[in-house]
Design a binder for this molecule. Sequence first.
Ligand code: SAM
Ligand code: SF4
Length: 326
Amino acid sequence: MIVDSFGRIHDYLRISLTDNCNFRCFYCMPEENYDFSPASRLLQKDEIIQLATLFVAEGVKKIRLTGGEPLVRKDAAEIIKALGMLPIELTLTTNGTRIQEMLPVLLSAGIKHINISLDTLQAEKFMMITRRDAFHQVKSNIELLLSQQMKVKVNVVLMKGLNDNEILDFIAWTKEIPVQVRFIEFMPFAGNHWTSNKVCSLQEILDIISPHHTIQPITASLHDTAKHYSIPGHKGSFAIISTMTAPFCSSCNRMRLTADGKLKNCLFSRTETDLLTALRAGEDVLSLIKASIQAKEKELGGQLNKNFEHLNAETIINRSMISIGG
Ligand code: SAM
Ligand code: SF4
C-alpha cells in the first residue's frame, strides 16, 4: 500500500503517455520554446507496463492515461491493450480527435469512462483556443462514444472573458445529451499566463446557473475532485472542479507519472522523483515511490493556497500542464 504522512492511501495513478499533442491550447502549452521530448527520453511501452504492474501490486485500483494527447502516441493502442489486462479501472483523458480510430481498442480494453476536453460549443472559438480545426470531429466523437454506451465527461476549462459566457449553453446541451459537463477553474502552470482575474470560481459558476435552473447537489464519492450537480429534466449533469477556490486535497489519492518517467506526488509539486533512470539502472523503484508519496505536502504541493487572488503565478516552481499530464 502506498500511504503518505497524512494517512492518505494512494491508489490512483495517472500516466502521461506523451508530452506531445496535436492541439496547441494556450492555457496548457507554453508558447515560448516548447520542445516535445524525444522518444528516447520517454518511458518505453514495456517500462510503462512494468511500472504500472508494480503500482497495481501496491494497491493501485485505477489508472488514467493522459498527456499531452495520449492517443497521438504511436504505440498507444498496444499500451492500452496491455494495461487493459491489469485488474484495475482503466480510463483516459483525451482531446477527442482520435476516438474514431481507437474505438475498437478502447472497447476491447474494457474502458467504460472517458473524459474529453471541449472548452467551447462554438467552432470559431474552438479554433482560437486549440489552433486546430477539429471542433466537429470532437463533437461527433462524443456522440460516437455515447452511442457505444460509454460514460463521457466533458472537461471545460473556464476563463473569464473567453468562455464564461457559454456556461448556460453547456448546461442547455446537457438537457438532451447524457454527458457530465465538468467546469474546471483555470489553474496556473509554467508559461500559461495565468492571472487570478481570469479564474471563474465555483461560486460564480453557480451564481450564473442558479437564476435559470434548479440545481440539486449530488453527494460525491470519497476521492472525487469534482462537486456534482443535477438539474431536473436534464439527461446529463454538471460538476465543478474547484482546485483554486475549494481544493479537495484532504482526500487526495492521486499520483502522477510523467511521460519522461518522473513521479509527481501532486499536480503542484515542486519536486519530482526520477523512476525511469532508477528502473533502467535496476534500482529499487518501489522505495523511491514510497519515499516520494511520504514527502507529499498537505495541500496544493505546498505552493498555493486558497487565497488565490494574491497568488503570483511566476513564483510557482512547476512544469507546464502539457508536460505534467493533467
Ligand atoms: N490532451 C488531453 C486533453 O486535452 O484532454 C489530455 C491532457 S490535458 C493536459 C488534461 C486536462 O487538463 C484537459 O481537460 C485540459 O483542459 C486540462 N487543463 C490543461 N491546462 C489547464 C489549466 N491551466 N487549468 C485547468 N485545466 C487545465
Ligand atoms: Fe493538448 Fe490537451 Fe493540452 Fe490541449 S489541453 S494542448 S489538447 S494536452
